[in-house]
Design a protein around this ligand. Structure first.
Ligand code: AP5
Length: 213
């Protein structure tokens, strides 16, 4: 199963990608996570990406396309993957199509999450992420049991640098101008599935499953 998750920042792509990974045993391929790991490791790619990410801007198409090509060629992606945060521009979508064609593969579903702007800001400003295992929390809707400590592994939680209100505004603008046109791109190809992203993560997940299976 090869699935693309679309939607604005905070729509729940990462949350749903993790649930799909658990349910169907396919890897979550998140360009955001890959770039944040590179920044944490202080690689050349990571240092350059961090400047753009912290400013709420997109990383260059060529860079992320290169990252994705390498990642989906890996063994664990053989039986499928969930793309979370890629593609994000028309150029990226076209290059992905070419890459999959070369590999004799296609995408089974493109899921677009619809969530209103106010809810997005609330979700992002309250998000906390585990610094070790990547588990995700929210200060009100999914708080950890003890302080700012991950329930799963005990590591400290942190707030993403780009989850500040000003940067969120910028990310939403970038989404509207660069990424939202992908809906039309995939609608024309006949595999766009639009899902309401409101309700609990479990409710959203059951909608996703009914669309992709
Ligand atoms: P990326 O990491 O991809 O961020 P994003 O797309 O902005 O998405 P988010 O991770 O913020 O939100 P999400 O939709 O995954 O929601 P989540 O499940 O976490 O990208 C970051 C940056 O990297 C970009 O700005 C760019 O610079 C760069 N980048 C990445 N990919 C790129 C590309 N392809 N090209 C160029 N640049 C790229 O949920 C958010 C919060 O809401 C959590 O707290 C969660 O617990 C909560 N929540 C989730 N679902 C629900 C629910 N149903 N109800 C209540 N709360 C919920």
């Amino acid at each position: 199963m090869r699935i693309i998750l679309l939607g604005p920042p905070g729509a729940g792509k990462g949350t749903q990608a993790k649930m799909l990974k658990e349910r169907f045993g396919i890897p979550q391929v998140s360009t955001g996570d890959i770039l944040r790991k590179a920044a944490q490791d202080n690689t050349e790619l990571g240092r350059q990406a961090k400047i753009l990410m912290d400013a709420g801007k997109l990383v260059q198409d060529d860079t992320v396309i290169g990252v994705i090509r390498g990642r989906i060629a890996q063994e664990d992606c053989r039986n499928g993957f969930v793309l979370d945060g890629f593609p994000r521009t028309i150029v990226q979508a076209e290059k992905l199509m070419d890459t999959l064609k070369d590999m004799n593969l296609s995408v089974d579903a493109v899921v677009d999450f619809v969530v209103d702007g106010q809810a997005l800001v609330k979700r992002l400003t309250g998000r906390r992420t585990c610094s070790d295992c990547g588990a995700m929390y929210h200060e009100t809707s999914r708080p950890p049991k003890i302080g700012d400590i991950c329930d799963a592994c005990g590591a400290p939680l942190y707030q993403r640098e780009d989850d500040k209100e000003e940067t969120i505004k910028r990310r939403l603008e970038v989404y509207r101008s660069e990424t939202a046109p992908l809906k039309e791109f995939y609608r024309k190809q006949g595999n766009l599935k639009t899902i309401q992203g409101h309700g609990s993560a479990e409710e959203v997940f059951s909608r996703v499953c009914s669309m992709v299976t």
